[in-house]
Design a protein around this ligand. Structure first.
Ligand SMILES: [Fe+2]
Ligand SMILES: [Fe+2]
Length: 238
């Protein structure tokens, strides 16, 4: 089916958001698995493991939703929305310096989970509006939202149990900090995408120039078979 200009833009936007969320979900799965491996307290190990399992299921769901939509898209567009594990680091969902459980204090880590699950739920609400025409995808995302709320509730319970002195405004501040970080990450990635658009023609030109020079290159001086090394031309590089 051929899409009009407006519909194509809308579809590209949906693909971009699904692609982004897919990386975010896989990033969460890895973070939770790392937390599970780094913890020795039984109840936490179990909680992190179940959370990691949910995030892997979310990743699989998003991969499926994205793949189905991509099947109906032109290959030139589709190739921009491939999932790559390295994309999780490039997009900033997992830090190059290590997993959060390794770089944050436990209190900050739980606060991070607490606030991010709530932010995830909000971004899923936006996705729901975009894909409301597809009942199957809509229901799958609704199920994910229920999981995210459950994760948020578990983190909140832990937080209030072990850090009862913290006031609600502390959690608000954590949430504000994460919102700003999310926005900064998006701006950073958009800048990289913009720079790629600027520099891609330059890279192509340099590659073309390099190819042209190689074509003009005289290979004669590189032949060594049955040649006395003392007779090799002084112009030779080898
Ligand atoms: Fe998730
Ligand atoms: Fe989650």
């Amino acid at each position: 089916m051929k899409l009009g200009c407006f519909d194509l833009m809308k579809e590209k936007n949906i693909l971009r958001i699904l692609h982004e969320t897919l990386h975010a979900e896989h990033g969460s799965a890895l973070e939770m698995l790392a937390a599970c491996k780094a913890t020795s307290r039984d109840n936490l190990v179990y909680g992190y493991f179940e959370h990691a399992k949910d995030e892997y299921i979310h990743t699989k769901t998003f991969k499926k939703i994205l793949a189905t939509r991509i099947e109906n898209t032109h290959v030139e567009i589709a190739r921009n929305y491939r999932f790559t594990p390295i994309g999780i680091i490039k997009k900033g969902y997992v830090d190059n310096n290590g997993f959060l459980i390794e770089t944050l204090k436990l209190k900050d880590f739980v606060a991070y989970v607490y606030t991010n699950e709530l932010l995830a739920k909000k971004s899923f609400e936006r996705i729901l509006k975009l894909i409301k025409d597809n009942k199957r995808d809509f229901d799958s995302i609704l199920d994910i939202m229920k999981d995210e709320l459950r994760h948020h509730g578990m983190a909140r319970e832990y937080f209030l149990k072990y850090y009862p002195n913290l006031q609600p405004y502390h959690l608000f501040l954590y949430k504000l900090r994460e919102t700003i970080k999310n926005k900064t990450r998006r701006i950073y990635y958009k800048n990289i995408e913009f720079l790629e658009i600027i520099f891609k023609p330059l890279y192509s030109l340099l590659a073309l120039l390099g190819g042209y020079l190689l074509l003009k290159f005289n290979h004669y001086h590189f032949y060594r078979e049955n040649i006395n090394l003392m007779d090799i031309s002084s112009k030779s590089l080898l």
